[in-house]
Design a protein around this ligand. Structure first.
Ligand SMILES: [Fe+2]
Length: 337
């Protein structure tokens, strides 16, 4: 069973106040759907084709089918900005959080690996009525990351269990600040066949877990969801001062929220190496996977499973992609409501 580690409290009151200050002072938040790298393999499949298709097919954790797909898209298209990525800091003041000993200790406790290298800190903001489809996060392998391999294919690689020796175990801490209502973290500690457990966010706490392996999502944030119908790609969320926020389409104001309406979390991810030699192999690229190696191995496994006749299968890339997702990524079934 994958038990998450809860850090409560996460930071000192002053440190938590600093993060809340950064949240408000950051010069605006864009929609997550605008992110992502243009990867070459099967570009017709969206980066998280796996999770999106499952969400639309099932209606999410509670099987809420019946809404039209544009509303479903608005529910799951939340705001995200990166505060720090490696040495690149875009929210000055976040450094203390990025290198916080509490997070390092949580990561070590999760994976039992001593060499922790923080990779990224980003903020997620969900509006009332928004939720996050059940998914596993995008894992990383030596030589295979989201800049060169589609995100859904990285997810497939981990679920297939064929690339463990190249995998970089990552610890994720999801930390919460503010007073948003609802938006519980739902996760599947016993795997996709077991029941979901939930964690109700509280200010200045964090949950540390292996989000690359454990299916998880975010339940709906409470509050008035009517403005979601007007949410469109390209809009931005902006703090206007006095804990008042607007969603804007260019200069046009589409919706207004108070700070306490918003579900705000800051995700921290760190590579967890067993020892310095493993870290050195990663840094020096001495044992990297290539896309050709990845596809060859997956296709060979599909052949063994009787899903394909041979390496010369003749499938278009996107067809092969759908087959891979279907074969390896087994989502939890929606709960009975
Ligand atoms: Fe996630």
């Amino acid at each position: 069973m994958a038990v998450p580690i809860v850090l409560d409290p996460l930071l000192s009151p002053d440190e938590a106040a600093t993060v809340v200050g950064l949240w408000h002072d950051f010069p605006g938040y864009g929609l997550y759907s605008n992110e992502g790298f243009a990867t070459e393999f099967a570009p017709e499949l969206a980066q998280r084709y796996d999770a999106t298709v499952n969400f639309i097919r099932t209606g999410g954790r509670f099987g809420r089918t019946g809404e039209d797909t544009s509303m479903l898209a608005a529910r799951t298209n939340y705001f995200r900005e990166t505060y720090a990525y490696g040495d690149d800091v875009s929210a000055p003041g976040i450094e203390r959080f990025f290198h916080h000993p509490r997070l390092f200790d949580g990561a070590r406790a999760l994976h039992g690996r001593d060499v922790v290298v923080p990779a990224i800190v980003y903020a997620n903001i969900l509006l009332p009525g928004q939720e996050l489809a059940v998914h596993t996060d995008v894992p990383e392998f030596r030589g295979a990351n989201r800049k060169v391999v589609p995100q859904w294919l990285l997810v497939v690689m981990h679920h297939a269990g064929l690339f463990g020796e190249w995998r970089m175990p990552i610890a994720t801490a999801i930390s919460y600040f503010g007073e948003g209502r609802g938006g519980e973290l739902a996760y599947y500690p016993d795997g996709p066949d077991g029941p979901a457990a939930t964690y109700a966010p509280r200010h200045n706490t964090a949950v540390v877990l292996d989000t690359d392996s454990v299916f998880h999502g975010v339940d709906r944030v409470l509050g008035d969801d009517a403005p979601l119908a007007g949410l469109r790609p390209g809009m931005r969320l902006h703090h206007d001062g006095e804990r008042s926020w607007t969603v804007r389409d260019g200069e046009r104001i589409v919706a207004t929220y108070a700070t306490d309406d918003l579900r705000y979390s800051v995700s921290w991810k760190a590579y967890c190496f067993a020892d310095d030699a493993e870290r050195a192999a990663w840094a020096a690229h001495t044992d990297d996977l290539s896309l050709e190696q990845i596809l060859e191995r997956l296709v060979a496994d599909l052949c063994e499973r009787g899903r394909l006749a041979g390496q010369d299968h003749g499938l278009a890339d996107a067809e092969l992609g759908r087959l891979l997702i279907d074969e390896y990524v087994r989502f939890p079934a929606p709960a009975a409501t």
